[in-house]
Design a protein around this ligand. Structure first.
Ligand code: NAD
Length: 498
């Protein structure tokens, strides 16, 4: 069995803690490899390497940083198939979807290639006679990133390219469920020529995270994962005096108004609900239909499409949806479908008990469509994080908006309509960080920032884009005067402008 270690100071490092976690092939249910789980001493080694590297990397010219980032971009492009294969092998998502994940990550590398434009400071001349003021932004030092299983390449790429471009060194702690893609991203950065210690990958679980959060030399922590852990990570990081952005879970609603093109809306809902087996923080998990007529017509279209989704191994080009990440998670998702039926939901498509011939041990589940779901049901309240789409009926726009805004989460929300005025109202009134108008998964492009509201994000900065650059830098204001010897003189008054 393969053992996955760490990547510190541009070198492969074997785990020394004696602790390991299983890494499954979700399509077969077999354990392919094991991942070393770092202890505090191993985390300290990675942080020490990053701290040492940050001292010189912070002074590397913008030209040098961007030259390396451009080279990194070319390497990622050349290795995108290999990265996608690593993702499919450990996460289970279908190869095309994994390629899409790599492409969306590459967007952030491209943003980082343009960092000189983003880091241009501000200068005011002659704020007072002979006095100029400049605002500049400087790197923080060591930034740590802790990432979830569902995007093992894209979420790390949301973080470290911007951090590195801004002159920081980085320690990445990928999900222990699918660590290989993150590790490979580190190796490729070394190949691109990033100096030793600038990007380190340390594998592990809570023990490693706790050490990163407490380590005095870690200046900032970027976290993406579930809401309870995000909340705890933010609190611990703040307690230790760190800057932190902690992105949490979601329950994304898609509102369908009666005037919407219902075929377009149904296509969008199915794609966004079941893509990547629903294991996306921007998955549509609730469709809110206004009016019984709209609801009935939409559910008929959803049921027809849901029944046609092809579930199978991610390596099979005919599969549209792969397995779930673990057997436990699959069972938990199935439990929500059974529970919803007991609580009175109309289970229009039941994906529980689904098996794939030749892959009986795989963590597969078919897609489920639950109609007449109500807010009291666990399937509505909790983030299921699986291929389950709930339909809620509402009588009016106001009732639907109140329902959506009562959710503790506020990651993404979408509206489907042909009415520009209604869409405009929704985009202003909905309490979510990312809104789609006839777009089901509004994941912002790299030069806009990604982030939710409420329990979907703890902290003040969204990730990547302009917010990412601000998160990875701190401001400094420099006031300059080159005095004329003729103007000498002591003045104890508080300086004022003149
Ligand atoms: P998770 O919270 O279990 O794990 C995320 C990371 O935290 C992993 O690296 C893990 O090792 C670490 N971790 C787990 N438990 C911990 C603990 N008790 N203390 C410290 N660290 C801990 O999340 P997951 O299951 O890997 O990912 C799925 C979740 O991530 C979903 O809730 C999903 O919505 C969310 N997510 C959110 C976004 C977003 O942008 N808001 C993006 C992707 C995923």
């Amino acid at each position: 069995m393969r053992t996955i270690g760490h990547f510190i100071d541009n070198k492969a490092v074997e785990g020394a803690s004696g602790r390991f976690g299983p890494v499954w092939d979700p399509a077969t249910g077999e354990q392919r490899s094991r991942v070393a789980l770092a202890d505090a001493a191993e985390v300290d080694r990675a942080v020490a390497a990053a701290k040492e590297a940050a001292r010189t990397w912070a002074r590397a010219s913008l030209a040098r940083r961007t030259a390396l980032l451009f080279r990194y971009r070319e390497l990622l492009l050349a290795h995108r198939d290999e990265l996608a294969a690593l993702i499919t092998a450990e996460h289970g998502k279908v190869h095309g979807d994994a390629l899409g994940e790599v492409a969306r990550g590459l967007e952030i590398v491209e943003l980082a290639c343009a960092i000189p434009e983003k880091l241009k400071g501000e200068l005011s001349t002659e704020v007072s006679t002979g006095v100029d003021v400049a605002s500049i932004r400087q790197p923080l030092g060591v930034v740590a990133g802790i990432t979830p299983f569902n995007f093992p390449a894209m979420v790390p790429l949301w973080m470290f390219p911007v951090a590195l471009a801004c002159g920081n060194a980085f320690v990445l702690k990928p999900s222990e469920k699918d660590p290989s893609a993150g590790l490979r991203l580190g190796e490729l950065a070394a190949e691109a020529g990033f100096p030793d210690g600038v990007l380190n990958v340390v594998n592990g679980d809570r023990e490693a995270v706790d050490r990163l959060l407490a380590h005095p030399d870690v200046a900032a922590v970027s976290f993406v994962g579930s809401t309870p852990v995000a909340r705890a990570v933010q609190r611990a990081a703040v307690e230790h005096g760190k800057r932190v952005q902690a992105l949490g879970g979601a329950k994304n609603h898609m509102l369908v108004l009666p005037d919407a093109d219902l075929d377009v809306a149904a296509d969008a809902a199915i794609s966004a609900a079941y893509g990547s087996a629903g294991e996306r923080c921007m998955a549509v998990s609730v469709v809110v239909a206004i009016g019984e007529e709209t609801g009935d017509a939409l559910v008929a279209r959803l049921a027809e499409r849901a029944a046609a989704v092809r579930v199978g191994p991610g390596t099979d080009p005919t599969s549209e949806m792969g397995p779930l990440i673990t057997a436990e998670h699959r069972d938990s998702v199935a439990g929500y479908v059974r529970g919803a039926r007991e609580q009175g939901a109309d289970v229009r498509v039941d994906g529980t008990g689904y098996t794939v011939a030749g892959h009986e041990g795989g963590f597969f589940l078919g897609v489920s469509l639950l109609d007449r779901v109500t807010p009291g049901m666990a399937a509505y309240r909790d983030e299921i994080f699986g291929p389950v789409l709930c339909v809620v009926r509402a009588d009016s726009y106001d009732e639907a908006l109140a329902l959506i805004n009562a959710s503790p989460w506020g990651n993404g929300a979408a509206v489907f309509t042909r009415d520009g005025g209604a869409a405009r109202r929704f985009q202003l009134e909905v309490a979510a960080g990312m809104v789609g108008v006839n777009v089901p998964i509004p994941v912002p492009v790299g030069y806009h920032s990604f982030g939710g509201w409420k329990d979907s994000l703890f902290g003040d900065h969204h990730v990547y884009g302009t917010d990412g650059v601000r998160f990875c830098t701190r401001g400094k204001v420099v006031t300059t005067r080159w005095p004329d010897p003729a103007d000498r003189g002591v003045d104890l008054g508080f300086p004022h402008h003149g």
